[in-house]
Design a protein around this ligand. Structure first.
Ligand SMILES: Nc1ncnc2c1ncn2[C@@H]1O[C@H](COP(=O)(O)OP(=O)(O)O)[C@@H](O)[C@H]1O
Ligand SMILES: [Mg+2]
Length: 355
């Protein structure tokens, strides 16, 4: 499983004086669904386009099955691609759009007819052969683009924000389709998005991009439970970053003293997060609990309660005036009990110290 099929090593890309990608290395096993997640401008597309061959790296290598593909022109790399904007040929009907890469490769008419049918069935658009792209919805057009990209059975499929032009409901529908197609075909997918929910829903692993570097690679669960950096902690899931007055390290654990003097003991000390300017303690809203009785925990005031159906979100203010969120099951957050001075607590093992 750890065998790398698609390997990116020391990839760097500059445009004049602009550094688009500082240094990216990744080992991607065959059949993996790996997502590049990160804010706009963090280098996701630049890295993807280098794999596609649209642009040469300034440094580094990209290989498939142990062989560098840098000298191979894009059309010979055998890599499927789906972009954000619709890239279907507007004057060609759906069937011909899907047939196009097969015609270019000189497949027989019988083979093309058979493949077009199979691809339309794969993306659930049976019977749409003769429609023109303009007669399809945005979601249907992206399905055709997906069918066309997969028609010649490429071992690698690249997708650059393919759903970002669609509304939320349609996006979620096609996410389910993309997952199914990945499972059915076993194609290795590199997928770009800036939407963490989409990344979590689709991916086997996620590479979190920031300023032209990968901050962490792991399953959604890894990134959520064990964020390696403050950036990852803030980007995946909801988080509170409590101010910290003082940190005491003791081997593999640490204590944090909050601005009001509250001491939090036994925080697991992470390796490699030693570059925050000011120390902060991250704790997820759903890890916070109200303390029954009084005394222990962090003193807070309730500022607002939002009922969200299954859960409620409570906006709290700490003694030093910082706003933090608590999220709990609707039944555990009884609005009428939320008055007077309250205390919250959490399992220190569920908090992360960035210092
Ligand atoms: N052709 C180019 N010329 C100059 N700068 C570019 C070019 N392509 C990308 N960049 C810059 O490189 C950085 C990374 O871009 P990109 O990879 O497109 O980010 P992302 O896909 O994560 O939004 C950005 O600052 C962007 O402006
Ligand atoms: Mg991009």
């Amino acid at each position: 499983m750890t065998d790398s099929f698609l390997t990116i090593s020391g990839f760097r890309k500059t445009f004049g004086s602009i550094v688009a990608v500082e240094d990216v290395s990744l080992n991607i096993p065959k059949g993996e669904f790996l997502t590049f997640l990160g804010p706009s401008g963090s280098g996701k597309s630049t890295t993807l386009y280098a794999v596609a061959g649209f642009d040469d790296p300034s440094a580094g290598d990209i290989s498939i099955d142990g062989r560098s593909i840098l000298a191979t022109p894009p059309h010979k790399r055998n890599i499927g691609m789906v972009f954000q904007r619709y890239t279907l040929f507007p004057h060609l009907p759906v069937g011909e759009n899907i047939a196009f890469p097969l015609r270019v490769r000189g497949h027989s008419a019988a083979d093309i007819a058979k493949t077009v049918k199979a691809m339309l069935s794969l993306v659930r658009l049976e019977g749409f052969e003769d429609r023109l792209p303009a007669q399809l919805s945005g979601g249907q057009q992206q399905r055709v683009a997906l069918a066309r990209a997969l028609a010649y059975d490429p071992p690698v499929l690249l997708m650059d924000e393919p759903l970002s032009a669609l509304d939320k409901k349609l996006r979620e529908e096609i996410q389910v389709e993309i997952r199914r197609i990945h499972q059915e075909t076993g194609v290795t997918i590199l997928y770009v998005t800036h939407d963490q929910e989409e990344a979590l829903r689709l991916s086997d692993r996620i590479a979190v991009f920031n300023h032209g570097r990968i901050e962490q690679v792991g399953s959604g669960e890894d990134l959520y439970a064990r964020p390696a950096t403050r950036f990852v902690a803030g980007f995946i899931g909801d988080s509170n970053f409590l101010k910290v007055r003082e940190v005491e390290r003791r081997g593999s654990a640490a204590s944090a003293i909050l601005p009001d003097g509250t001491r939090i003991e036994n925080i697991p000390a992470h390796a490699g997060n030693g570059h925050a300017a000011t120390p902060e303690l991250m704790v997820r809203p759903q890890s916070l609990k109200f303390v029954q009785g009084s005394g222990a925990g962090l003193a807070v005031k309730v500022k607002d309660v939002t009922f969200l159906g299954d859960t409620s979100s409570v906006l709290l203010e700490t003694g030093w005036g910082q706003e933090i969120w608590l999220r709990g099951a609707g039944s555990a957050v009884k609005t009428n009990a939320l008055s007077g001075p309250l205390h919250v607590e959490w399992n220190p093992a569920d908090s992360h110290l960035f210092c």
